[in-house]
Design a protein around this ligand. Structure first.
Ligand code: UD1
Length: 427
């Protein structure tokens, strides 16, 4: 458990330029895909965050070697000989189950511990299994471990996913690249990170088309024709969106660099609807605001809808807007824990099932608060930057999972922020 806290002094402005890191949700899956390369894959623009360390451990347990040089990872999977991922790692990070598809693709079998419940809803894996079963994978659960086998090989198939699940789409994609024949995934997730994964798989010799749309097609190739590759991770749209919210809250101008603005279309639309000026370039987005924040209704949806991973940050904006906003969470159950912490800072939020009714207030007050999950933690720090007085944010292990040097980047934008041992903060 991380024994540090972030202390932030409020009534501050964030302005200037900040470079976003590579996307966590891409890099984790690219690392898993390296299993299919059977040699040394080189990944650039990998963020320095704890989830990446856990995925490195997952790969090392399988027999891979992972060497980090700054933001570059060299992953040698030539000697992967085990296909087991224990509960100890899956319980630390649910995304560990992304090794399921590539392990099946490479060995025709995998033993991966079933992920447990998660703080942001049930997060089942039924759709992962439906997709893989359609390819010919057979599953048994033995003492909490999912055992996958392919007694009759894997054959191309046509699957219509019940919901465009990111993880299910990725696992099926990574297994189908070595299935015999043609596979079509309809109602596939369209997230930019899936396109990034498909681009890497194609650089490894796979034949994937349509990634980034709701119809992904795969022509299976023999495992022997897949090879390692060198690939650069796309920028993190959620980190970018988080900093843009910081600029929108305090007026900016704040520019995020290293991000394709097309990844953020819906978030940019909502920022404009709230009264912000947003400019975009090839790989940057700039936000500024001179007018009061206007209230706005938001509903989270799979991409290209509004991302659930920016819901907490936009709830914070809505909490300081001029009227009532309704925020509807459609992707995850129980993703409003953030609201309770924000209310401790003076926000006026009423929860009704998967709706949050947010009545704007003039000012938030600094308070000790706890990160309840990754995005909530990042949003609470931003709340502290505009609140009156001092805010202490606890449980930084959540923020560390997904934000590289969050404190350093915010300080470079002008925040009065520091990270100290919890014992010092208590004095
Ligand atoms: C990924 C992202 C996460 C993001 C989410 C939605 C990673 C590591 N995480 O999570 O940051 O918030 O996409 O954009 O990439 N579901 C089922 N059965 C399944 C699979 C999913 O019921 O088999 C449900 C989940 O419980 C959830 C919803 O579908 O309610 C969305 O899940 P999914 O799109 O799979 O998200 P993740 O891949 O877990």
């Amino acid at each position: 458990m991380n024994q540090e806290v972030i202390i932030v002094r409020g009534n501050n402005t964030l302005a200037g330029d900040v470079a976003v890191s590579g996307a966590k949700n891409s890099a984790l899956k690219l690392m898993a895909a390296a299993i299919l390369g059977q040699g040394t894959t080189v990944l650039h623009n990998v963020p320095l965050i704890s989830d990446i360390e856990i995925m490195s451990e997952v790969l090392e347990r399988l027999g891979a070697t992972v060497v980090r040089e700054g933001h570059t990872l060299r992953i040698d999977t030539a000697n992967v000989s085990s296909f087991e991922t224990p509960y100890e790692l899956v319980s630390k990070m649910r995304a560990s189950i992304s090794v399921l598809g590539p392990l099946i693709g490479r060995f025709g079998q995998a033993h991966v511990a079933m992920p447990g419940g998660c703080q942001i809803g049930a997060r089942k894996i039924d759709m992962h299994l439906v997709g893989l079963e359609a390819l010919g994978v057979e599953f048994e659960v033995d003492h909490g471990v999912l055992q996958a086998t392919t007694p009759h090989g894997m054959h191309g198939t046509h699957v219509y996913l019940e919901f465009p699940s990111v993880g299910a789409t990725e696992n099926m994609l990574m297994a189908a690249v070595t299935a015999e024949g043609h596979t079509a995934i309809e109602n596939a997730a369209c997230e930019p990170e899936i396109e990034d994964l498909a681009n890497m798989l194609n650089a490894m010799g796979a034949k994937v088309s349509g990634a980034g749309t709701s119809l992904i097609e795969i022509e299976g190739v023999p495992l022997s024709s897949l090879h390692p590759c060198e690939h650069t991770t796309v920028g993190d749209r959620i980190e970018a969106g988080t900093f843009l919210v910081g600029g929108a809250l305090t007026g900016g101008p704040l520019t995020v660099r290293g991000i394709d603005p097309a990844f953020l279309r819906m978030a940019i639309m909502k920022l404009r609807a709230m009264g912000c000026d947003v400019e975009t370039g090839d790989d940057w987005v700039r936000v500024s605001r001179t007018e009061p924040l206007s209230s706005v209704d938001i509903q989270t949806l799979p991409h290209p809808g509004f991302p659930t991973d920016l819901q907490a940050q936009f709830m914070l904006l809505a909490a300081l807007a001029d009227d009532v906003s309704v925020i509807t969470e459609n992707v995850f159950e129980n993703r409003f824990m953030f609201a309770a912490e924000l209310m401790r800072m003076g926000a006026d939020v009423t929860l009704d099932d998967h709706h949050a009714i947010v009545r704007g207030v003039d000012q938030l007050e600094g308070a000790p608060v706890s990160s309840t999950d990754l995005r909530a933690g990042a949003a609470l720090v931003l709340a502290g930057i505009v609140a009156d007085g001092e805010t202490q944010v606890h449980h930084l292990e959540h923020i560390d999972r997904g934000y590289e040097d969050y404190v350093g980047k915010l300080a470079s934008l002008g925040a009065d922020i520091r990270r100290v041992p919890a014992a010092d903060a208590a004095r």
